[in-house]
Design a protein around this ligand. Sequence first.
Ligand code: ADE
Length: 222
Amino acid sequence: MKIDAVTIFPDYFAPLQLSLLGKAAAIGLLEFGVHDLRQHSTNVHNQVDDTPYGGGAGMVMMPEVWGQALDALLTPDSDLIILTPAGKRFNQPMAQEFSRASHLVFACGRYEGIDDRVRQYYLSKGHRVHEVSIGDYVLGGGEVASLVMIEAITRLIPGVLGNPESLAEESHNSEGYLEYPNFTKPQKWREISVPEILLSGNHAEIAKWRAAQAIERAKNNF
Ligand code: ADE
């Protein structure tokens, strides 16, 4: 999978070189491109934003620079992801869906976001355009949100995760994540023992216990 990110802060994407993502890139499973939006500015001060039409606080990112940057990256195979707190909420099924894509382009807005005509234009040209939020809070920009999405998406690509069995186990759960509590050695830590059932070797009973724990946990999170 090819992943491009457009940002005014390319340094935010340094973590892509670390850990499993770095390894996946090194063996060619993933290909990352990080692009400085300011390189497309035609303004002497490399300005990329301006005041909003209609008034109001903050600045809006100008369509011209974004157009230049995205024209250079998008092909008919691309999915354009625009990060915004107003977007569709990112979740595990969405991560699954994106993990099957061949080219993701992350547009990281800052300030009050990107001029909406950028979204409109690429939609009108037949591109797949997704406005996505990673949660109901406002970040300083889309960079961290992109990293969150990239990590959740790429670990679902066969070969990226060190231990493929962890993925297989997750898929037993419809939402795709582990919900039961986990324990490792030592068997007793600070007077707290690992639940007896996990030492029993009875896999059917362990599975039942884990399912019950998962339901209990889910209840507490809603
Ligand atoms: N940009 C600012 N806040 C965001 C959020 N919650 N999700 C995605 N992009 C954002």
